[in-house]
Design a protein around this ligand. Structure first.
Ligand code: ARG
Length: 566
């Protein structure tokens, strides 16, 4: 049994009769004290106040006096309404390091997901548009959640819900046929497609007939006309080849690219079911679901010309995903500006009678703006994702050329660290916080950054290249303050991963990794790892090895590589 369960059992045995709780529930209630000096586990007594008719601090005091300490637990003392348990230092070091050994690359994970599917809708590339800095949060948060859910025993299904439907594709075809050239586009890619789109709008200002013609082309896409489809699919291919390069660079892959157009033939079901349930209402020619009862504007299902909308497609996609993946949860990692959109159609799915509507979750994040205000394609200040990545890689390459000129795979490492800097930057604060993008912050490798974490990992690897821990470990040699702080940070990692999943907040993992890195570096500077006494040296190497392994796991969970040399 681990200490959490041992303490929970002891608390269960010591609770007075009116406040009996099962040990498993107590195990779940045990928290990590805010400061390791206070103890290793904290039991909050607030919940017991009602049953015992007593103030929580008094309950805590009684409990601390009554509880029989299990072996390896040194003391139980009260702090306000909490009983804090402190483990015997050597016993705790042993418990944590042995667990890391035992669980290996699964450390911090669990099988709570029991193999069930979680659909994660993220990144959502728009066809014929470049990936820009605004796509970064969705892409990296989604990718981190993908990894975190897998670590927790779920099976993640990554879905890139392509924006590949709408009248703009009629405009694209018109523009291509009027002014485009196959070779130029094949060479210049998405940038050339954007130019055609911009030109269309300029020309259409003076010639209304262009919009007519574009609508006609879009109609031909809807009707599956071979010429229209060939061009439409070609635009998709051009776009996807280009974004694939960015995803490869970031080590991101999707299980499905079923986008909006994929649901063309799956719309009738939505309309039919809504009709059957009497949920559709005619409103100025459009078919809508009235949501006034829920204090929301209506959800438009069909426009007056019969065209389906973004929300209709999302509903069709949710039905399809439920049928195909039988998901336990379906997450939408999309900017908070779309909050109303998701609340509306989640409600519609609920009204359709699907109880799994509760498993749909909008994982919202804040806006990315530039130092000069909002980015927009029209203003021409949109920063392309591949440009930012390249800049980060180049800067890393330059630093490394100076600091580690002899590193064999320097280019590869520069790529991993440059990308890591950018990814980490989006995963170090709560999702909902707006971010101001500026090059200086992103490319700053000091402080609590991805490169710092990667560097700490490489440092631990370098120590271990000199010597490896072996044989019996004297855990009593790891009771100094620095070792203990590092052990506490390692011990806190599994809870951080679980909470990150619970709240869909990957930054909790980044913070836990940073805590390990910071305590490791303090340990590294204050305690000579290669100590003269063999038992001390061996124990410190063991701790170094554990730190190295957990940092690598944590970096992997947030989508960063962990190079062994930098
Ligand atoms: N492509 C959309 C946009 O750029 C985002 C799609 C998000 N996913 C979804 N299932 N609605 O706004």
């Amino acid at each position: 049994m681990d200490f959490r369960n041992l303490i929970a059992a002891a608390v269960a045995a010591a609770l007075p009769a009116p406040a009996q709780l099962p040990a498993e529930e107590i195990a779940g209630m045990l928290e990590t004290p805010p400061n390791p000096e206070l103890g290793d586990f904290a039991f909050p007594c607030f919940k017991l106040a009602k049953a015992l008719r007593k103030a929580p601090p008094l309950i805590a005091a009684d409990l601390a006096a009554a509880v029989k300490l299990p072996e390896g637990v040194e003391k139980a003392v009260t702090a306000g309404a909490y009983v804090n348990f402190t483990l015997d230092r050597a016993a705790q070091a042993r418990a944590v390091l042995e667990r890391i050994d035992r669980e290996g690359s699964r450390y911090g994970g669990s099988d709570i997901g029991a193999g069930r599917n979680v659909c994660i809708d993220y990144s959502s590339v728009n066809i014929a548009k470049p990936l820009h800095i605004g796509h970064l949060p969705s892409t990296v948060i989604g990718n981190a959640l993908y990894r975190i859910y897998n670590h927790m025993g779920y099976h993640s299904v990554g879905i890139n819900h392509l924006g590949d439907w709408g009248t703009q594709f009629g405009k694209m075809i018109y523009a291509y046929k009027a002014w485009g050239d196959r070779e130029t586009i094949e060479r210049g890619g998405v940038d050339e497609l954007v130019k055609l789109y911009v030109r269309f709008h300029q020309e259409a200002e003076n010639d209304e007939s262009l919009n007519e013609a574009a609508r006609a082309w879009f109609k031909r896409i809807e009707d599956n006309d071979p010429e229209a489809m060939a061009l439409f699919n070609w635009f998709k291919e051009i776009t996807l080849t280009e974004v694939q390069r960015v995803f490869d660079l970031m080590g991101i892959r999707f299980d499905s690219y079923a986008g909006e157009s994929f649901y063309n033939d799956k719309m009738d079901r939505v309309v039919d079911e809504l009709k059957e349930r009497g949920l559709l209402k005619l409103d100025q020619g459009a078919q809508i679901v009235d949501l006034s009862e829920y204090k929301m504007p209506p959800c438009i299902i069909l426009r007056s010309d019969g065209a389906t909308l973004y929300a209709t497609r999302d509903i069709a996609a949710a039905l399809y995903r439920k049928d195909t993946y039988d998901f336990a949860k379906c997450l939408y990692v999309v900017a908070y500006q779309q909050d109303l959109h998701f609340r509306q159609w989640f409600k519609v799915v609920e009204l359709m009678g699907y109880d799994w509507a509760k498993d749909l979750k909008h994982v919202a994040f804040g806006m990315v703006s530039g130092t000069e205000g909002a980015f927009s394609t029209r203003k021409g200040n949109m920063v392309k994702l591949r440009d930012v990545l390249q800049a980060a890689i180049d800067k890393t390459g330059a630093i490394m050329a100076e600091k580690s000129p002899n590193l064999e795979n320097r280019e590869e490492v520069a790529r991993e660290v440059g990308v890591g800097a950018l990814v980490w930057n989006s995963l170090y604060n709560g999702r909902i916080k707006d971010v101001v993008f500026d090059w200086d912050t992103v490319l700053n490798f000091d402080g609590e950054t991805g490169p710092y974490a990667q560097y700490t990992h490489a440092r631990a690897c370098s120590v271990l290249r000199k010597a490896q821990p072996e044989g019996e470990i004297d855990y009593g040699a790891l009771t100094d303050a620095e070792s203990r702080a590092l052990i506490a940070a390692l011990a806190a990692f599994p809870d951080a991963v679980a909470e990150a999943m619970e709240k869909n907040e990957p930054y909790l993992v980044s913070r836990a990794v940073m805590a390990i890195c910071q305590t490791f570096n303090r340990f590294y500077y204050e305690r000579r790892i290669m100590a003269d006494e063999a038992n001390v040296r061996n124990a410190r190497l063991k701790l170094t090895d554990a730190a190295r392994r957990v940092i690598a796991i944590g970096l992997d969970l947030v989508g960063l590589k962990a190079p062994e040399r930098m």
